[in-house]
Design a protein around this ligand. Sequence first.
Ligand SMILES: Cc1ncc(COP(=O)(O)O)c(C=O)c1O
Length: 385
Amino acid sequence: MPFPLDVPESVLRRRRSQKWVAYPEDVLPLFVAETDVLLAPAIRDRLAAAVADGDTGYFAEIERLSGVCARYYSRFGYDVPDDSVSVVPVNDVGVGVRESLARTLPAGSGVIYTPPVYMPFAPWLRRVGMSPVAVPLIDHDGEDPRLDLEGIERALADGARGVLLSHPHNPTGVVHSSDELAALADLAVEYGAVVVSDEIWAPLTMPGVEFRSFLAVSEAARGVGLAISSASKAFNLAGLKCAFVVNGNPERFEVRRSALSGAVGHFGALAAEAALTGSLDWLDDLRAALSSNLDLMEQLMAEHLPRARWRRPDAGFVAWIDLRAYPGLGDDPAAAFLDDGRVALSNGPAFGSQGKGFARVNFACSEELLTEAFTRMGRVAERRD
Ligand SMILES: Cc1ncc(COP(=O)(O)O)c(C=O)c1O
């Protein structure tokens, strides 16, 4: 059982986070994007010391955290300046995305997004008064999912003024190519649009895959772009509330620490520093374990769901499974697996109408859980055939 995905279920069942309380005990939870790891030792020790010292007051060290984030993020192809306007700590990626859009575009602007995609995107856009404009990925169900640049250009020509990317893309796990991102940046320049790139999954590339930030692909991209990331997915810190915006063009975009950084969680900041400076070997272990789980999934899929189709993700710990060859599972196979098999996946249609007949599996769990989940899912598929 590869470390660090080797935590026994009995330990996980003690957790009170969403993954472990949303369903009754007989359900195997492979849905929300939490990982079944214990904390990396440097994070655990830093938080334990803070607890021991009663260090539970307000977050204050904005510059220190910004420096940590700037130095870490520079590995993704753009030497991030560590100044007061280029790196803006925020309390989570959702806040970073929404505030980036709200502070750079007039209310009512059309903002393009790329379904099937992380389900809160359209509601997030509405929450800040924007109109979501869906331009679906091309080939989300095939070997080469990619941006529909022609569709994006049509939407920009029709008046849209923003693009919200998921890069790496949730749920397909695609790392968009630098060429398509550079072409997108050129379109944004031409139409006076802003590109907000949600890069929360950036630290979690599979071994051998390179991730480049949208801001790294060209000068034009920096002129039109903001990227938001966090240590939260890679190190399972979502509940601690810490993320950051990298502003490619602070002269143009007024996304400022003074307005946004006060709400960062103090524990989130302590954990992010321990993660992004002292836990990168641990992260490599996690990436190797996730890759090994993908090998296992290939076998499990062949054995239990041989008609299912999927593409190994380039990054992250979710896989987008096409179950349309099992019509008995219906438009929402995750609902069937939950009702009949007591396995909780994410519902495909929640990612957009393109997700009918699909489900998203979170594979950041032990081999035992993954094997048991696929065994149960195979039985459901057989019963409903
Ligand atoms: C693409 C994407 N963005 C944002 C989030 C949520 O981030 P946060 O909890 O920091 O708002 C997730 C969570 O899975 C995600 O997949």
